[in-house]
Design a protein around this ligand. Sequence first.
Ligand SMILES: [Mn+2]
Length: 405
Amino acid sequence: MKFQSKFYMQNRERLGKSLSGALIVIPANSALQKSADIPFPFEQDKNFWYLTGLNIADAVLTLDGESGKAALYLPDQNDYQKEWDGEINRETIEKASGISEIRFKADLKRLLKEAKKQGRNVGYLPPLPVYPSKVEPYGFYANPARAELEKQILAAGYKENELVDIRKDIARLRMVKRPEEITAIQKAIDATGQALASCKNKLSSFKTEKDLERWLIAQFYQHGADGEAFTSIIAGGKNAATIHYEENNAPLEENDLVLLDVGAKVDGYAADISRTWAIGGSPSKRQSELWDACLDIQAYALSQLKAGVIIREYQKDVENYALKVLKKLNCSMADKPFPHGFSHHLGLDVHDAGVYDEPLPEGAVITVEPGIYLPNEGIGMRVEDNILITKNGYKNLSENIPKVV
Ligand SMILES: [Mn+2]
């Protein structure tokens, strides 16, 4: 189930209003090669999705910042694509997105040239570097769609100072969740909670991280989700000290902890929950005191949250608190800066669009996720909940998921 076209129409309207005068262009993602003639499963650009609800590769949305009119430019499909992938259907597109102005991408050139003649700026999403330079610090290559569109804009005669970076304008819209978005996130959280409960019940039956992962993902589907929102992290023992461990293939050992950082996806929206459990059922004294410290840091972070807080300042504040707690427990990580953010926005992207140096708005959904990583002790743990920001505080959307180690 997707949202009604009204949702996407209103998003376009609000973006248009915030950028009156400019011609706004937003590209869909391109499909990418996985191996030989097989592409990766297609993943849409979330800005394009937020404004259209369409899963088409290589399309371009244009939005007139004056009249608010939207048009969709479709890729030319060749006969092979029509036969193998199915022909793009204009009626379906109009019904899903509410866009009636549908053209071919070859016409985009003319539109850009006209706008240039009229002296209008172009609002766009500046590309990340594409091949051969990897995106820092992640070490992967960016989807080439934005760079391709930038090339077209420059070819129409635009100079760099006539291009307006609209990333923040979209992020400001996306970081305030609307009621149907909060409902979708809540469903994703509830499915994640049910899947976790089932895993915890059967914990002693899993011999490896992989066994646990397979059961978890099956349970996501079982409870109404469309699978995982991101690659699950299932990390036993020392593996949990690697923050984004994703191999998930080691044996689970009796006296170790296992960290699960996982989230189901519902209607395109993500949950992002972390819990840490004692594999044998009873944690050691050290494991318990560290877990209590983790919960203590999370409670402190939560107590700081309400609309108006600036995440960057909150990060420093929670870090100071966390390092003091960790020092008292003789943790090796107490002398270094905390290795990751305590919070990120959550939505269509698991690390969702947001403006981190501006006040948190009412209606934002963020994670709160302190962790303790001690490779020298073979211990890693994290607790993570999903939080709706309200005027005077917050609502914990994942409060029903138990935090027993
Ligand atoms: Mn997270």
